[in-house]
Write a protein of this length. Structure first.
Length: 228
């Protein structure tokens, strides 16, 4: 009798396992946001992927792709929208093929004259410092400047981004510095992206790199000029 029940249970478990085993390419569905127009700068892109065994998917935001973790066939990913049209794709792949869903969302957020984005490649605390033409410095312990500059957050455990934005820039030279604040995690490559007048006809974008080798190091990465 016990053997019979055990067989029944095993059969049931096997049927469950077979039922959840995918037999086709993943079907990706973005549930929210719906698309159209948004007045938000930051949105959570959420939805489902039919293959619940997948642990990773890809998000492509205006042509830039990143992998992210998923579980149980659901995803949620925070996206910082650019002014104007944003094309966002979620892509998942299994042995049967590739599935994707696309979201087109128009962001009505005001354009920023200056945006400085810093990322790095080790799990440590790196700090972004931006010095404006008046000489004022914006960084983790002074996140807002008199001319309207803002640092969004202080990432203390790795990879960034830390983002500085300024809606209405004053003319002159801006200096970007990076500080290796955290405990020693070995050499750390810092990437700084400077976007001027994003979302407008005179938009420009430039990447800069700086290798930091020891804790406490404080280095200038780049400087740029703003002319209105
Ligand atoms: Ca930091």
């Amino acid at each position: 009798m016990r053997t019979f029940i055990l067989c029944l249970l095993l059969g049931y478990a096997l049927s469950l396992a077979l039922a959840s085993e995918p037999d086709q390419a993943p079907v990706v569905k973005i549930a929210t946001p719906y698309g159209g127009q948004s007045s938000k700068r930051i949105v959570d892109v959420q939805g489902s992927i039919s293959d619940e065994t997948l642990q990773q998917a890809y998000i492509v935001i205006n042509g830039a792709a990143n992998a992210f973790d998923i579980s149980g066939g659901r995803f949620s990913h925070t996206v910082v929208l650019s002014p104007g049209e944003n094309i966002i794709q979620i892509i998942a792949e299994n042995k049967f093929g590739v599935g994707r869903d696309t979201l087109v969302i128009y962001s009505a957020v005001p354009a920023r004259d200056v945006k400085v984005v810093m990322t790095w490649d080790t799990p440590t605390d790196i700090d972004l410092h931006v010095i404006d033409p008046s000489g004022e410095e914006t960084y983790y312990s002074q996140k807002e400047s008199k001319i309207g500059g803002q640092l969004d957050r202080d990432d203390t455990d790795g990879f960034g981004p830390e983002v500085f934005t300024l809606s209405n820039a004053i003319e002159g030279q801006y200096i970007v510095k990076t500080k290796y604040y955290g405990g020693h995690s070995g050499q750390t490559l810092v990437k700084i992206t400077v976007i001027l007048f994003g979302g407008t006809a005179k938009e420009s974008q430039q990447d800069y790199f700086r290798l930091l080798t020891q804790s406490g190091e404080f280095a200038e990465v780049c400087s740029f000029s703003v002319k209105q």
